[in-house]
Design a protein around this ligand. Sequence first.
Ligand SMILES: Cc1ncc(COP(=O)(O)O)c(C=O)c1O
Length: 430
Amino acid sequence: MSSREHLVFDGCDTVELANTFGTPLYVLSETAIRERCHEVKEDFLHKYPNTKAVYASKAFLTMAMAKIIASEGLGLDVVSGGEIYTAYRAGFPMERTVFHGNNKTLEELQLALETGVGRIVADSESEIDIIEEAARRRGKKAILLLRVAPGVDAETHKYIATGHTTSKFGFSLAGDTLLRTIRRIMASDLLELKGFHSHVGSQLQSNRSHVLAVDALVNEMNLMFKQLGFVTEELNIGGGFGVPQHQGDTRTTLKYFIDPIMSHVTTECEKAGLVRPMIIIEPGRWIVSEAGITLYRVGSIKDVPGGITYVGVDGGMTDNPRPALYGAQYWGVVANKADEPAEKKVTVVGKCCESGDVLMREVFVANTISRDDILAVFNTGAYNFSMASNYNRIPRAAVVLVRNGESHVIVNRQSYDDLLLGEGIPQHLL
Ligand SMILES: Cc1ncc(COP(=O)(O)O)c(C=O)c1O
């Protein structure tokens, strides 16, 4: 990024993008996504043997994104029939996909088996029944990992912490459920178990939680080997590698997370006398968050008592629910005044009928911000488009993929007619 007077993003003038494609507009840099994938290869896949990386598609998925990930040689973590279908329709090599979820349906599991999903991550003992049923119906063996809750309280917002003992995700390590389940899988002709999975939480700023999870995971591998002779071939340690949360934060490298995890898992396996299994990671946010920005057009600006200046933009919690959901913080710049001093303190609000629809509280923007300016918000590539809604019947924003000055619409802006798709009016109301 650099500025003439306008903010430039992956070689594109963002003001021109806003004028051409309308606002709000998600803009995604293909160059930035590929740079992150290269870092994954250099600092993980090529550095450590017997490793795999899958991109967590819940962070951002369209068919174009699936194509980028496929071409970079990474796999894809999918969590619903819709994500499986998107990957499949994009021609993604399905053997590289990993299917998660705490409540997969029989239909989703059959779709997974039909489309050739590589691994199914079973989340509970009761899920084993329907996985087996799906395998029977499809006449195909289901290759499994078992997700465990390693009992780690990750340092992040409670809504995105997932590895604690009372988490809704995964097998508890207490009691004998896991042992019973593995015994059952080992006896089944329709199921094959490759190992374990854990994801401790998202947007982690410290590598501590992953390292703690490794302790619990290797311990469990050891127990299952001793008690059942089960050899763990694959250990998936999830994603969660954080990105800057505040303006000015330095970016966290993948190495910062990976090196201690790899050294710890190697030492712990050696201590237990186990062969280190294949290690799999699932970064989502870390790959795509900083590769995205959102462009809004400024509308109303008003001063209210208490010294607050509200700047209203033409999007909000419909295109980015994260500030309202868990107080996520963002920052931005007036894209058409990118070289102006940013000393005016404002609170940027969305257009939804919710007081909680505040995109950015007390941020500094160009002193002369005014109606029709274009506001660019940074770091919106992850969990924005994928979490968007039509609340207040607001059409969803378009997505533009940019690369070295070129731009391509990869998702059209919804029209009002799109909002009515699939609706009907019963005869008696006509
Ligand atoms: C199982 C699993 N893997 C990977 C991820 C990706 O997390 P992040 O985007 O924080 O890397 C998630 C996020 O919820 C997840 O649930």
